[in-house]
Design a protein around this ligand. Structure first.
Ligand SMILES: C[S@@+](CC[C@H](N)C(=O)[O-])C[C@H]1O[C@@H](n2cnc3c(N)ncnc32)[C@H](O)[C@@H]1O
Length: 260
């Protein structure tokens, strides 16, 4: 468990890193990622389970387990995809309201089918998340799972902080850049192969089959768990805590708060 950090991400370094990520991936994020998520909704969940050798379920379970929910809470799931997180939040605490936001109509359509299947209601907003269409201080809990690698963090994190209520919690989890070189080496090679093979097995389109290389590059240029803690602090989140999981920080779980 990492609760404080001695990493050297300053605001200047954060700006540089975000500029670098933008210069490398802007086109992919704009043109390629939407095509991938048009293609995958029906097999998204089973594809994740196969590509992660079954660890996906453990990951999502671990993530939702840490989320504190009280009756009446307003929750927002950012980049909600097929509503995997939102459904589990409502299964954990039925007396909350969940809003999902994602720019993929196809992922959210599948998410609405899944919500109906599990007899829960989730409001759906189809929009790019770099600007959030909600007033300041709207949500008690905000979640973001498995998507921040595809986002401009210097734009989306201030928006999340803005719409979070004072005292509200932001829960984040994603595949991160491992803190150890040797783990990173194996992990990036495994990712490239597993993503491409999974797309092939599930018979998807060219966009999905070719995304293994991008997935590898996105993580290589992303943040370690410790660096991401520092990024959250730079943006203004308080009480930032991080738990690394699964082989030396390949997946990191962050919990932070808006002061208030
Ligand atoms: C890997 S999926 C994760 C879905 C969900 N959070 C989960 O854990 O199952 C990434 C999602 O992020 C969405 N996404 C990526 N970039 C986005 C953006 N700029 N604005 C809104 N959604 C975005 C994609 O459409 C996709 O549904």
């Amino acid at each position: 468990m990492e609760t404080s950090s001695s990493t050297s991400i300053t605001s200047g370094k954060f700006e540089q890193r975000e500029e670098k990520r933008r210069s490398l991936f802007s086109r992919t994020w704009r043109e390629f990622i939407p095509k991938v998520f048009e293609d995958v909704p029906q097999y998204y969940r089973s594809g994740n389970i196969v590509a992660s050798l079954g660890l996906w379920e453990l990951w999502v379970w671990q993530f939702v387990r840490t989320i504190d929910l009280r009756p009446g809470y307003q929750a927002l799931d950012v980049c909600a995809g097929t509503n995997d997180v939102g459904i589990r939040l409502l299964q954990k605490q039925a007396d909350i309201s969940v809003t999902a936001i994602d720019r993929s109509k196809e992922m959210q359509e599948e998410g609405q089918h899944r919500a109906a299947k599990y007899h829960v209601k989730i409001k759906s907003v189809i929009q790019d998340v770099h600007t959030l269409p909600f007033p300041d201080n709207s949500f008690d809990v905000i979640t973001l799972q498995a998507a921040s690698r595809h986002l401009q963090l210097d734009r989306v994190l201030p928006e999340i902080l803005r719409v979070l209520k004072p005292g509200g919690h932001f829960y984040h989890c994603d595949m991160l850049k491992p803190s150890t070189r040797i783990v990173e080496w194996f992990y990036l090679r495994f990712l490239r192969v597993s993503v491409a093979l999974t797309a092939l097995v599930f018979g998807s389109t060219e966009a999905s089959r070719s995304c293994g290389e991008y997935f590898k590059d996105a993580i290589e240029n992303f943040y370690t768990p410790e660096e991401l803690s520092e990024v959250f602090r730079l943006i203004g989140f308080a009480n930032v805590r991080c738990r690394k999981s699964i082989w030396g920080g390949m997946v990191g779980f962050h919990n932070s708060q808006k002061s208030g």
